[in-house]
Design a protein around this ligand. Sequence first.
Ligand SMILES: [Zn+2]
Length: 390
Amino acid sequence: MQEVALLLVLMLAVASGWLLGCRQRRCSKKDSGKRLPESYYRGLNYLLNEQPEQAMAMFLQALDDNSEAVDTHLALAKLFRARGDFTKATQIHQNLLARPNLETAEQLLVRFELASDYMAAGLFDRAERLLKELLIESSTDIRKKSLTLLLELYQREKDWPEAIKTARALLDMKDSSMESVIAQYLCEQAESFSQCGDEAAARLALRNALGHDSDCIRAHLLLAKTDIQAKKYKDAIKSLKQVKKKDDAYLAESLPILQACYQQLGQEKQFYEYLLECLNDGSLISSGFNASQAMRKESTKPEQLSQRIRDEAQQAPSLHGLRYLIDCQMYDAEGSSIHYLQSLREFVDQLIAVHPAYRCKQCGYQGKHLTWLCPSCQQWGTIRPSHTIE
Ligand SMILES: [Zn+2]
């Protein structure tokens, strides 16, 4: 942290020195005897004495007299904001806005930065008010930036109707990444409707979500859960089978619910056949789903099945594959071998249990539970099941 602070002050020292130097060169004909402000030299002195806070204050003072240094002031305010000093960042922006000769484009940019200060400081009401004003007054660039910041604000407040409206405005500005984001917001709404017992509204929201993003795994899973609540097990099975079709990495999320649906319909044999299908296309073992019980119960040809599992597990070595191989050995084992294999299996289960089951493909965040919004990088749909042991 100390190194970062020193780096920031150094950057500021260079920037302010350069700007003041430029200004001085412009004035040199009129005032050849004028030197850099005393505060700049005092700032350098503080920097040499490893006193970054005092150095920053001096450089800031040196820049204060320079009315042309808008960009440098903006950069400096950004540095203060990044360090969590929202008061100083806000002060710089307010000082800039007080200048009578500020150009319109600069004024809009400074107001956007001020809204960013309010956001960072958690003053959401002020940020929202300012951003909404900018939406009316601004050109495309600032308008898009304002919409993006508003989207973050509504997301943090879990105001899904406003978030959807804002994401749609961004979509109108050709930001196609908003399709999958809107689908996630609609899933959030659907979950709220379900909690209130409004099944029809939940179903409508999920259909809309799939309209925006037909690959939205979360919407397929939630739709299946809504169908199960209404005892529409056949419809639920259709939604759950979409999970494998859209992204088989999430297969294990659908299998326990699928098994429950088939059980309700008294069709466990069909579930076993579906597992075999998943085994044959290579998605079962990599999914990490523990299918051995269902397989053992239904299988009429354990030798062939065992060989298939062995082949699959050897192709993609993993703890889950090892567990399948142990299960295969247990088909033929007798006496003490069974106890030995059981102990080995328990040991592998323990290793699997301590391994984080989910990982964000964007930032590498790892967790034990599936969340649709990464708590680390705040991206939607980037957390995926992870069954590889590193
Ligand atoms: Zn992430």
